[in-house]
Design a protein around this ligand. Structure first.
Ligand code: DX5
Ligand code: ZN
Length: 229
């Protein structure tokens, strides 16, 4: 799959769920084509969000968009086929939640999805080396997972840099995604550092004017990539 980078990925966790279809359409009309869905189980992370039924509803509402599913759940293997059937394009699992990570990644691919691996703020990028040749995306958590609206953890830049170096060292290809506390203040630097996919929840859906905010975030992201001045 070819992507036009960098990609701005709204996290629907921060959307108004009673107006979800409407808000997805607003994003689409503003040029968004990649949506991030945060699945939380109240065990791996302290919060509970939503499950495959909502992912299926999102799929129906934006049939042509790319759906990026971030599983923050214990025992993700048990639910991979449910999320694949619901219409996921990419399923990412946490390094910390998968004792048999290689098997889990293979199972995501066997279900016809792209596969991603995620690390928490306290997990080192070094630990990902053996699995990186197998994945399509590596996600750096720039907040502790569980809630939207938290502050960006500054050491995440270093991790992005390390993943970029490991990617060329291993001569492999995967997208680098960042998730948590992304907004107008840090998006340019994140892209400059090497982020390909930028997840943004509160900074998009809590904005007074969503299309204007998406436009601004996109311009600032493109600035980081050198595509606009
Ligand atoms: C946190 C989630 C994030 C979150 C991002 O556990 O993985 O995707 O929704 O939200 P903001 O952009 O509000 O930090
Ligand atoms: Zn997420």
């Amino acid at each position: 799959m070819n992507f036009d980078l960098p990609i701005l990925a709204p996290s629907i966790l921060a959307a108004d769920f009673l107006k979800l279809g409407e808000e997805l359409q607003t994003c689409k009309d503003s040029g968004i084509n990649w949506f991030h869905c945060d699945i939380m189980d109240g065990h791996f992370v302290p919060n509970i969000s939503y499950g495959p039924a909502i992912v299926g509803a999102v799929r129906k509402s934006v049939p042509d968009s790319f759906l990026d599913i971030h599983l923050m759940i214990e025992n993700p293997d048990k639910y991979i086929d449910d999320f694949a059937d619901a219409g996921s394009d990419l399923i990412s699992v946490h390094y910390e939640a998968c004792p048999h990570l290689h098997r889990t990644i293979q199972s995501i691919k066997q279900n016809g999805c792209m596969a991603g691996v995620v690390i928490n703020p306290a997990t080192s990028t070094e630990l990902l080396k053996p699995i990186l040749p197998e994945v399509d995306l590596a996600l750096v958590m720039s907040v502790n997972p569980g809630f939207g609206g938290q502050s960006f953890i500054e050491s995440s830049y270093q991790k992005v840099q390390e993943l970029k170096e490991i990617r060329s060292e291993l001569n492999t290809e995967f997208l680098i995604e960042i998730d948590g506390g992304v907004g107008t203040k840090n998006i340019t630097k994140l892209v400059q550092t090497g982020v390909d996919v930028l997840v943004a929840g509160s900074s998009i859906f809590k904005a007074d004017d969503i299309p204007k905010q998406i436009g601004e975030l996109n311009t600032l992201a493109l600035k980081g990539s050198g595509k606009v001045i």
